[in-house]
Design a protein around this ligand. Structure first.
Ligand SMILES: *[C@@H]1O[C@H](CO)[C@@H](O)[C@H](O)[C@H]1NC(C)=O
Ligand SMILES: *[C@@H]1O[C@H](CO)[C@@H](O)[C@H](O)[C@H]1NC(C)=O
Length: 264
């Protein structure tokens, strides 16, 4: 959930650094628009030339809420007539990919697992959309999606999208009430859109409420014919890449960097 705090879009990697507008002061779609506009700007030939970037080798990546933004931007770029330069890769590290269902097996199992509890995750997600605390409350009870949108639950149906061992003999029952925009919940895009996405790298962590978002996106992308490398870290937890002092953070980072050097 890096969009919650001060954050740079480009960090130190390119000519200039910009922050995007952050929750809880700003709400969706501001964050999406800022990152989308910055990405569009970056994908201009003159800008890439200036930065010394090969246009055939541009990838997008993000962790947590940054993974949400990266996935959403990659999807929207597919249909942007003004952007001629295409992304080669997208890398989504323990991304948040939906706020339709806050009671997935990973949310249940890891409800109190640090550093991201279910209640804090729900709070941040609700503040992405509004300061009105009633959304947070409805999300905590998983009763926030309106009936007329219930056809979208097929996209988070973990009975068909998750491995057996996560299901524990249970079946998916869609909650009945919410609101939905594919730019906030990239997992809700249809297969025709997913099919056109670039080579993808996804990290998920076993002990992370967001585990199933990433798992299901990997399943959906593969089903739609996208080449996906999915690194599920069995002993991992949320924000693992920020913990360089742990072996596991270091190992995960190296695995990703190896993939990048082979694929980008
Ligand atoms: C994004 O770019 C479009 C077109 O260049 C512009 O109209 C819009 O105001 C920009 N939005 C933001 C949030 O900067
Ligand atoms: C979820 O998927 C299972 C298995 O494909 C199916 O039987 C079930 O009807 C689906 N449930 C919902 C709510 O879409």
């Amino acid at each position: 959930y890096s969009n919650y705090k001060e954050n740079n879009i480009w960090g130190k990697h390119c000519c200039s650094a910009h922050s995007y507008r952050l929750a809880p002061k700003h709400h969706f779609p501001n964050q999406f628009e800022d990152v989308y506009n910055a990405t569009r700007w970056f994908l201009r030939q003159d800008v890439l030339d200036e930065c010394g970037v090969d246009p055939e080798r541009v990838g997008i990546s993000g962790t947590s809420s940054g993974g949400n933004l990266a996935a959403a931007v990659a999807q929207q770029l597919l249909d942007d007539p003004d952007v001629k330069i295409k992304l080669r890769t997208q890398s989504l590290m323990y991304p948040a990919l939906q706020s339709l269902d806050m009671d997935l097996p990973s949310y249940r199992e890891n409800a109190h697992f640090p550093p991201l509890s279910r209640s804090f995750g729900v709070r941040i997600l609700s503040e992405y959309f509004t300061t009105d605390r009633s959304l947070e409350k409805a999300m905590l009870f998983n009763q926030h999606v309106p009936v007329e949108s219930s056809h979208l639950f097929q996209y988070v149906n973990w009975s068909s999208l998750l491995p057996e061992k996560f299901k524990k003999g249970q079946f998916y029952n869609s909650p009945t009430l919410g609101f939905l925009d594919v730019r906030a919940s990239p997992l809700l895009a249809d297969d025709r859109k997913l099919h056109r996405l670039p080579l993808t790298y996804i990290i998920t962590c076993q002990h992370d409420v967001l585990r199933d978002d990433g798992f299901m996106y990997a399943s959906r992308l593969r089903n739609a014919g996208v080449r996906v490398t999915h690194n599920h870290v069995e002993d991992g937890f949320h924000r693992i890449l920020s913990y360089h002092e742990f072996k596991i953070g270091h190992r995960t980072q190296n695995q990703y960097l190896n993939w990048l050097s082979e694929n980008l």
